[in-house]
Design a protein around this ligand. Sequence first.
Ligand SMILES: [Zn+2]
Length: 110
Amino acid sequence: MAQPPPPPSYQPPGPAYQQTATVVVTNPQYVRPLIFRENPVSMSCPFCQAQIVTTTTYTTGTFAWVVCLLLLFFGLWLGCCLIPFCLNGCKDVLHHCPNCRQQVGKYSRM
Ligand SMILES: [Zn+2]
């Protein structure tokens, strides 16, 4: 007696891949255009997410160098060309977070 052939293995269709709609939540970054000037700015720190008022420090930027060169050009070279390095009005302003000490902005005069 020949054995009856095994019944054709019937693979039940597996669970169809659930079409999970991958909703990519594009967080619309609401970026308020922050304009950094010489004065401290109230903002939320992008590094530590704290609501802060920036601390400002003056740094010698391009503008100070340009003024220096201009003063040199006009003959004010007896140390006068160093004036822009002493005047805060000629310097760039760096804004730092008082919480995490990260630089959060810069005001460049150029
Ligand atoms: Zn911070």
